[in-house]
Design a protein around this ligand. Structure first.
Ligand SMILES: [Fe+2]
Length: 230
């Protein structure tokens, strides 16, 4: 089993020049993720519940770029294998407030909840932000410059056994509700699996960076941000 010739992973790893030794140390930004902040004081149960009603299965076959299907089928994995359930949540006020505090430009955000059920996995891949590109076609040039669009993952429940993300050589696990991380979505290969017995719910926020969002990432202080129900 190998990387499929002409598949998404081969194309994007060549384009992005990712050649890190898997045994090298995990370096935030280059071969790992960065911790950004900790949202605290908010119970996301009702938001997760509404996401369950809206969520649809997400698989390589449902992505904008079909080349990921090739990677899967080359390795005997069905192209429509469910990676997780995905729900659009742009209309939820608390999530817009969180995006505000991350400093993302209004009107350029894509916000979703991603629920990974026991046994589901997202194989290692690079992001292309296809949904964002489709929605903000006028900003397509910005997508070629990764620094312009930032992507955050925020845990909506406490970590439980068997759940993890890898970003390059870095592993994210043992998160608490509200923990927020970011990663270089286009140049760091990443994947996630739920090998445990409990659903894991993550909020994904992507959007156009501003001086505020850049300053926060640079500060790298894992600050606490208090939330209240709007
Ligand atoms: Fe991804």
């Amino acid at each position: 089993m190998t990387i499929a010739p002409g598949g998404s992973y081969e194309q994007l790893s060549r384009r992005n020049g990712y050649t890190a030794d898997p045994l090298a140390p995990a370096v935030p930004g280059l071969t790992s993720f960065s911790t950004v902040c900790r949202f605290r004081g908010y119970d996301f149960s009702s938001e997760i519940q509404s996401a369950r009603h809206r969520a649809l299965p997400s698989s390589p076959a449902s992505f904008v770029n079909p080349y990921n299907v090739l990677d899967h089928e080359h390795n005997g994995i069905p192209g429509d294998a469910t990676w997780f359930l995905r729900a659009d949540m742009d209309d939820v006020e608390i999530f817009q407030i969180m995006a505000d505090s991350l400093g993302l430009e209004r009107g350029t955000r894509v916000i979703s909840i991603n629920i990974q059920q026991p046994g589901q996995m997202a194989t290692t891949h690079f992001d292309e932000l296809g949904r964002l590109a489709k929605r903000y076609l006028d900003k397509k040039d910005a997508l070629d410059d990764q620094d312009k669009f930032v992507r955050y993952l925020i845990a909506l429940t406490d970590w439980n056994l068997g759940q993890f993300f890898h970003f390059g050589n870095g592993l994210w696990h043992q998160w608490e509700t509200g923990d927020c991380v970011s990663f270089e979505w286009g140049s760091v290969p990443h994947g996630t699996a739920n090998t445990g017995w409990w659903d894991r719910a993550i909020l994904q926020i992507a959007g156009l960076a501003t001086p505020d969002s850049r300053a926060m990432l640079l500060a790298n202080d894992n600050r606490i941000i208090r939330l209240e129900r709007p």
